[in-house]
Ligand binder design. Structure first.
Ligand code: CA
Length: 240
C-alpha cells in the first residue's frame, strides 16, 4: 500500500510567510493546510487529523501559547513553534507549554523541512508505530523504545541495552509518562498530579526522589543523564 501523504497545519497570520512555508513543505512531499488565526487554527487542530503543526507565536486573538496549550490538552502530535523574537524562545522553553521545538524567523527552507522531517520521524517511531501495531494486530502489546531503553507497557518491564531494570510501580509509571511525552517539560507539580493522582501539596519532593531512583537504574551517569533531563527551576523532560 502506498504511504499516504502526511498533512501539516500551518497556523500563521502573515500570508506571505504561510505561503512560503507551504511551498517548501509541499516540495518536500507534504500536504499542507493553512489557518490564518489562532481560533481557527485551534479548532481545526482539534477537529481534523494532522501529523504536525507549525505554530506562529504572535497571532491575533488566541495567541500561539494558548493554541499550543489547547492542542496539548487533547492531542499528541508534534508542534513546531515559530517566533520572530529570540526572547520568546526562553519563554517557550521555560514555561513548558508543550511545544516540541521552536525556530526563529527568518529561517531557511532547509532548516524548516529538516525540523519537520525529524519530528515526524520521531513521533512515528514513538507513537505511530505502537498505535499501528495495536490496530493492525488487535494487540495491546505496546512498547516504547528510545536509544537502548525499552519499556514494555503491558508486562510493565523496563530494559536498558537488553538488560532488565526492576522498577517500582510509581517509578515505572513516571518513566513511562515522561517517555510517552518526549521533549515536553513537566513541572514536579504536574508530574505528581499525573502519577499520584491527587492534589500535589507539599509532596512534590516525592517526584525528585523517584526521578533520582529511575536515573540510578537507567542512566550510565546520573550526573549526565541521557534520558531524563532536569530543566532548572522548572522540572523535567524526557530527551529524544
Ligand atoms: Ca504573527
Amino acid at each position: 500500500m502506498e504511504k499516504e501523504k502526511q498533512t501539516i497545519l500551518i497556523i500563521e497570520d502573515e500570508d506571505a510567510i504561510a505561503e512560503l512555508e507551504r511551498d517548501y513543505l509541499e516540495q518536500a512531499g507534504y500536504r499542507v493546510q493553512i489557518a490564518h488565526d489562532g481560533d481557527t487554527g485551534l479548532l481545526r487542530a482539534l477537529s481534523e487529523d494532522f501529523s504536525l503543526i507549525i505554530l506562529d507565536l504572535m497571532l491575533p486573538g488566541t495567541d500561539g501559547f494558548e493554541v499550543c496549550r489547547g492542542v496539548r490538552e487533547k492531542k499528541d502530535l508534534p508542534i513546531l513553534m515559530v517566533s520572530a523574537k529570540k526572547d520568546d524562545l526562553d519563554k517557550i522553553r521555560g514555561l513548558g507549554f508543550g511545544a516540541d521545538d521552536y525556530i526563529t524567523k527568518p529561517f531557511s527552507p532547509s532548516e524548516l523541512t529538516a525540523r519537520v522531517k525529524a519530528h515526524l520521524a520521531r513521533y512515528e517511531r514513538l507513537v505511530g508505530s505502537a498505535a499501528h501495531r495495536d490496530s493492525a494486530a488487535g494487540q495491546r502489546n505496546r512498547m516504547v523504545e528510545i536509544r537502548g531503553l525499552r519499556i514494555d507497557k503491558d508486562a510493565r518491564r523496563v530494559y536498558v541495552g537488553g538488560e532488565e531494570k526492576i522498577m517500582t510501580n510509581k517509578e515505572f509509571d513516571l518513566l513511562t509518562f515522561l517517555a510517552e511525552h518526549p521533549n515536553r517539560v513537566f513541572t514536579k507539580d504536574e508530574l505528581f498530579r499525573a502519577i499520584w493522582d491527587m492534589e500535589a501539596v507539599g509532596e512534590v519532593a516525592t517526584v525528585t526522589v523517584h526521578i533520582k531512583k529511575i536515573r540510578e537504574k537507567i542512566e550510565v551517569s546520573t550526573s549526565n543523564p541521557q534520558y531524563i533531563e532536569t530543566i532548572w527551576g522548572v522540572g523535567y523532560r524526557f530527551k529524544i
